[in-house]
Each structure stands twice: as C-alpha cells, then as structure tokens.
Design a protein around this ligand. Sequence first.
Ligand code: S3P
Length: 175
Amino acid sequence: MKSIVLIGYMGSGKTTVGRQLALALGRTFYDLDWYIEMRYHRSVAQIFAERGEDGFRELERNMLHEAAEFEDIVLSCGGGTPCFFDNMEYIRSVSESIYLKATPEVLAQHLQMGKVERPLIKGKSPEELLEYIRTTLAQREHFYMQAKHIVDVTLLDNYDKLQTSVQIIRKELNL
Ligand code: S3P
C-alpha cells in the first residue's frame, strides 16, 4: 500500500495525528524530522545552525525521497517540506497526501509550547509569532492545498478531537 503523507504548518498536529492514524491502520509511523535526525545524528536545530536553512532543505528533500516510498507507512513531513524544490509534486505522485489545515491563531496557540526547539520561530514574542505564521502560511498555503485530501483540524485540541480527525481521514481514504 502507498504511504500516507501528512503535510501542514508547524503546530498543525501532523505528528500527533500521524502517530494515531498509523496505530489505527496498523501501519508504521515515520516523522520526517526524526528520520533526518536519526540518519544524520544531528537535531534539526543543529543542522540549521551548521548548514543553514538551504543545507537543511537539501537533506530534507533527500530524506523525503527515501522515506515517502516505504510501503505501508504514515509519514508526517516538516512544515516546510512541501514548499521547496518539486517536493509537493513528488509527494502527490508517490503517496496519499493529506493537508492538516488550521488557522494562524490555533497554530500559534499550539506552537507557544514548542517554539524553543524550532529554529524558525525560536525567540519570537507571541505577537511576532502570530504575525510570522500569518505571513508564511499565506506563502505556503498554495503548496499545502495541492494535497489530495484536506482535513480541517482547527478544533483539534483534545483526545476526542484527535480520534475524530483520525476517523475523518480514514473516511477520506476509504480505509
Ligand atoms: C519547519 C518545520 C519543522 C522542521 C523545521 C522547519 C518549517 O517541522 O522541519 O524546523 O519550515 O515549517 P514541524 O512542522 O514538524 O515542526
């Protein structure tokens, strides 16, 4: 079976939903950031610091090409993955792609907690973060919208909603 690839902005819940979806479908779960970290023995933050964003994007593309072709997996991408090179076209060609869509306000809320480890948003005040999300989401959304399936996860903030999202995705994919 083709891989199922989750895309969307940082903080949209790709990892949380992906892990749960994989469990429900009896598939293996992969997170592209973790896969990169495992293959290069470096954290994403270290890779950004050592190679810059361009260097990270090269590795990310290469690792995407490795991981997305594994059979029977659910793969969560990084927020920027579909927005560089021809990655989105590639994702569409090898997988069932799903965009987890959420508003900038909800994304900002989710990201307040995890922004320390994310190099692109580290050190931003809540106001700066929201502004950054609004601007970059507007630039990225046309890539995300090319996913074969779009699931709005704006209301996803507790266990029941997580299960609901998984059910919606399964229905979308007839699985
Ligand atoms: C990024 C998102 C991150 C990670 C890197 C860059 C982005 O992944 O790949 O920090 O450009 O949006 P998550 O979306 O899993 O946080």
